[in-house]
Design a binder for this molecule. Structure first.
Ligand code: HEC
Ligand code: HEC
Ligand code: HEC
Ligand code: HEC
Ligand code: HEC
Ligand code: HEC
Ligand code: HEC
Length: 270
């Protein structure tokens, strides 16, 4: 069996009739998804992942061996994707893991089912707009396999956004679990961090270095208003910044390098 998340298998399938059946099942399920995903505004739905020769077994089949997952799953954001109606197959688990019949029949043999923890392609079948974000010049190395979507998202239970909804952990705690240098407490905190890391960083990818939302002083000036102190003089926080603003960004010109908070400098100098 070929657990490829893409439609192209790397070996020819020796049983074309099974292949045709699988294609039919995929087409059917794709239609169901198209219906169930129709309420989401701008997300394109293409096709669920495929496993060569396998057909859809339904989430019920998974519960025999993966009860912890199937029990929690109704609380997951993605559980809303289960197709409804009399002829609908319950395809919850397989929307990300691909058709599971080969995996189920083999008693859970390795390499018979898609694991999006290793390859995010199955997420892109529905979230196709995100592929481009992970290919931007600066990005979290998901395509490189250094971290998976599940580092920041819950596929199996609760809010898909880790740290979202009623979770004990905040969205910033998720980031800090890997980026320890940004963890407080700092003697001099930067209040901007209370609004979360995504105030200044794009989580998936960015054209700007360090995944920043803006590459220039605009990043800071959206909160720190400039005042015209005198003709041609710019004041920020009552200090004349005119000579500083031409030196570089607020955080690289040797002025506010401790942008996440400082132990020594109340002006976040270092
Ligand atoms: C007959 C028991 C059985 C059934 C039914 C079953 N699995 Fe598994 N599954 C296993 C076993 C055993 C493993 C291997 C676990 C391990 O090595 O840690 C596994 C592994 C997996 C993995 C990890 C695969 C990998 O390569 O990393 C995924 C994903 C998975 N199952 C999903 C499913 C889904 C979805 C279903 C329902 C369509 C399902 N399983 C049905 C027994 C089963
Ligand atoms: C929204 C997509 C999505 C859905 C729906 C989904 N999963 Fe998963 N599943 C994932 C991702 C992503 C991983 C990898 C998690 C990781 O790497 O931490 C995974 C991993 C797994 C694994 C392997 C865990 C391991 O130890 O490697 C099993 C087993 C599994 N899922 C079973 C299920 C079952 C059963 C269902 C249905 C109740 C289900 N999944 C529904 C995305 C999904
Ligand atoms: C079958 C299509 C499909 C697949 C496959 C899929 N998603 Fe989703 N996803 C959706 C839809 C539709 C929504 C919107 C659900 C809602 O609004 O409640 C969604 C919502 C989300 C959200 C929450 C967005 C928000 O605004 O709160 C995240 C995060 C997410 N998906 C991540 C993933 C990841 C990671 C994977 C792969 C492991 C994945 N999805 C696979 C269809 C899919
Ligand atoms: C480093 C953490 C991180 C990783 C890794 C990550 N995400 Fe996200 N993702 C986020 C955060 C944070 C948001 C919320 C962005 C916001 O609120 O501005 C988000 C938003 C989303 C959304 C909803 C908004 C949108 O752009 O449609 C989807 C869907 C999503 N992510 C899917 C994925 C998929 C699929 C992967 C893996 C290919 C992934 N994410 C990897 C942190 C991450
Ligand atoms: C699972 C661990 C993990 C999580 C969670 C995580 N990151 Fe990362 N982050 C990484 C890795 C790995 C890199 C790439 C570092 C490299 O290339 O050396 C990275 C890179 C970055 C960079 C660019 C660093 C640089 O030097 O250019 C920023 C900024 C960043 N992450 C912010 C965030 C934010 C914000 C969040 C939460 C939404 C987050 N990260 C969640 C692992 C993680
Ligand atoms: C007020 C805007 C702002 C907020 C909020 C913010 N950052 Fe940053 N971050 C920056 C800037 C600016 C840089 C670039 C610093 C540089 O290049 O020297 C940066 C750089 C980084 C880097 C790269 C390593 C470094 O320190 O240069 C990581 C990792 C990072 N931030 C993670 C986070 C995390 C995690 C959070 C949330 C706890 C967060 N950031 C919140 C502005 C911010
Ligand atoms: C989300 C809003 C927000 C953003 C974006 C933001 N800040 Fe702040 N910053 C604050 C708040 C609120 C304070 C505390 C009140 C004050 O001093 O204005 C603060 C305080 C500061 C201070 C300490 C001022 C003092 O003397 O006490 C410095 C320095 C600073 N910010 C620099 C920056 C830099 C550099 C950037 C861009 C990388 C930035 N800020 C982006 C909201 C923000």
């Amino acid at each position: 069996m070929n657990p490829s998340p893409t439609a192209a298998p790397d070996r020819p399938n020796p049983r074309p009739h099974l292949r045709a059946l699988a294609a039919l099942a995929v087409a059917l399920v794709a239609t169901l998804f198209a219906v169930s995903c129709a309420t989401t505004q701008n997300r394109t739905v293409v096709m669920p992942p495929t496993v060569g020769g396998a057909t859809y077994a339904g989430s019920e089949a998974c519960s025999q061996c993966h009860e912890t997952y199937t029990k929690q799953f109704p609380s997951a954001s993605h559980a809303k994707l289960i197709a409804r109606g009399t002829n609908a197959v319950n395809v919850g688990c397989e929307s990300c893991h691909g058709p599971g019949s080969a995996h189920v029949e083999s008693g859970g043999a390795a390499r018979t089912i898609v694991n999006p923890g290793r390859n995010p392609e199955s997420c892109f079948t529905c979230h196709s707009n995100l592929r481009g974000q992970f290919n931007l010049p600066n990005h979290h190395p998901v395509m490189e396999g250094r971290l998976g979507c599940a580092a920041c998202h819950n596929p199996h239970k609760g809010d898909a956004m880790r740290g979202g909804g009623t979770a004990m952990m905040s969205a910033s705690d998720v980031c800090i679990s890997c980026h320890k240098a940004q963890r407080g407490p700092h003697v001099f905190e930067h209040e901007a961090l209370r609004e979360g890391c995504t105030t200044c960083h794009l989580p998936h990818g960015s054209v700007n270095q360090r995944l920043l939302t803006q590459r220039s002083a605009v990043l800071c000036l959206k909160c720190h208003f400039q005042q015209q102190a005198a003709p041609g003089r710019i004041a920020i926080g009552a200090i004349d910044h005119t000579p500083f603003l031409s030196r570089g960004t607020c955080w690289t010109a040797g002025c506010h390098e401790a942008v996440h908070g400082s132990q020594v400098s109340n002006s976040l100098r270092f």
